[in-house]
Design a protein around this ligand. Structure first.
Ligand SMILES: Cc1cc2nc3c(=O)[nH]c(=O)nc-3n(C[C@H](O)[C@H](O)[C@H](O)COP(=O)(O)OP(=O)(O)OC[C@H]3O[C@@H](n4cnc5c(N)ncnc54)[C@H](O)[C@@H]3O)c2cc1C
Length: 403
């Protein structure tokens, strides 16, 4: 029995077993080819994940989804990322816009899109970030303007996760004045609309996953493509990032971190030194202890936050903290893992090298560590004004899974 078991039901344990089997039997054999290909779009992983219905982990059974909740999602991301950070990323990125659709989608939008997502035949992406404005969402310059029954969108977005596989983008753009929190709106835009172009810049890691540039030039969408109301863009972006993006990245970091500890332990326990192995040396054993301690704290933070969501408890601070703790812990442990690999940390064919490159890419999505610190400083001072998770839970109360 693990201490995590307090958060897990029988269904969760069975899902972990299934996630572990799929990751080890179907994802692991693909890694060598994915690494050799560098930055590219791996359609096979999305198919493996989609066939299990995992893109529909939050979606209600009335739309064909698993209705399994946030702990279940954490388990899947943790298990996939333990084997492949790219596979974890390929599942996590489409879940963020899916949550946005569940949060603010109309009955017609949900009926149209959710069954396809749940069936694994349609993948989503969310396009918020812009090249110059980055984490300053309210600073964005991309626009949509109304033209009769249509909206005309012009946007330059970057770092759009899963852009290589996405059929449907949630695009956040300006429809009002700069600086006005109600000045942004969200639109559902099919990837094959005229004027939408995707390019993929090279990434240092997560090979098989893409985070590309999405350019929209005079893209015309019907009025029915508006997600929520005019002015809901910031609410949708922040809610999706807080309730889904942050804990997703925390779970991906956790899976990679678990792997870092296992790979490092195996290396140190297998490398002869004096009358034993390197792991026998007290100072080396202490490195393993430091990594284990960080891992336990990080693991607790993300499962706790996910459990609170499943219980219907608003928990922005816990969600933000789960991302901060897991991002920092994984970075610190992979550095310690590399240090204890000696010269072998410089060998591209050693797994610690891939883990390090992948961990480099889980810090920025859903906000770099400094942004999480900014949010937590607001919590400490009592100046945080909006509980995004409370809004989400209120809006989706009937969709909260039985736990
Ligand atoms: C692998 C990956 C996947 C991603 N997926 C998506 C996606 O699916 N959709 C999407 O829209 N975006 C996505 N992103 C983009 C991600 O959200 C941004 O990288 C992030 O918001 C930071 O923006 P930036 O990189 O432009 O950095 P900037 O905002 O320019 O920040 C650079 C640095 O400046 C500091 N800083 C900036 N602002 C502040 C502040 N207010 N307070 C304190 N310090 C600050 C921090 O140290 C920060 O690291 C992804 C990014 C990556 C790497």
């Amino acid at each position: 029995m693990s201490s995590l078991d307090v958060y897990l039901s029988e269904a969760h344990r069975s899902l972990r077993k299934q996630g572990r089997e799929v990751a080890r039997e179907e994802v692991a054999p693909r890694i060598a080819d994915m690494e050799a290909a560098g930055t590219h779009t791996d359609h096979g992983i999305a198919r493996i994940v989609g066939e299990r219905g995992w893109f529909g982990v939050f979606i209600g059974t009335e739309h064909g989804g698993l209705h399994a909740g946030h702990v279940a999602k954490t388990i899947l991301l943790d298990e996939l990322s333990y084997v492949s950070g790219a596979a974890g990323a390929i599942l996590q990125a489409p879940l963020i816009p899916t949550l946005a659709l569940l949060y603010r989608g109309s009955v017609e939008q949900k009926q149209r899109w959710l069954p396809q997502i749940a069936a694994g035949t349609l993948y989503m992406a969310i396009a918020v970030t812009e090249p110059e404005h980055g984490s300053h969402v309210l600073g964005m310059t991309s626009t949509a303007r109304r033209s009769g029954k249509y909206w005309i969108i012009n946007a330059d977005k970057c770092w759009v996760g899963a852009s290589g596989i996405a059929h449907l983008h949630v695009v956040i753009v300006r429809t009002g004045k700069r600086g006005d929190p109600r000045g942004l709106s969200a639109f559902l835009v099919e990837a094959d609309r005229d004027g939408l172009e995707v390019t993929q810049p090279p990434l240092v890691g997560l090979h098989g996953f893409t985070a590309g540039n999405v350019r929209l030039r005079n893209v015309r969408v019907p009025a029915s493509a508006l997600l929520g109301e005019v002015g809901d863009g910031l609410d949708i972006a922040y809610t999706a990032s807080t309730v889904c993006g942050r804990p997703n990245l925390a779970a991906v970091a956790l899976g990679l971190h678990r792997r870092v500890l296992d790979v490092t332990t195996d290396f140190l326990a297998g490398r002869p030194r004096y009358d034993g192995v390197l792991a026998d040396l007290p100072v080396v054993g202490q490195h393993l202890a430091e990594m284990k301690s960080r891992l336990m704290t990080a693991e607790g933070a993300v499962y706790y936050a996910a459990h609170l969501l499943d219980q219907g408890v608003s928990c922005d601070a816990e969600l933000v903290n789960s991302k901060l703790v897991n991002s920092r812990a994984a970075k610190a442990s992979v550095q310690e893992g590399k240090d204890t690999h000696g010269g072998y940390s410089g060998r591209a064919d050693y797994e610690i090298s891939r883990l390090s490159r992948d961990i480099d890419l889980v810090s920025a999505p859903a906000g770099p560590d400094d942004i999480q610190l900014l949010r937590l400083s607001e919590v400490a001072r009592g100046t945080d004004r909006v509980q995004w998770s409370a809004r989400y839970l209120a809006q989706t109360a009937s969709q909260t899974p039985p736990v």
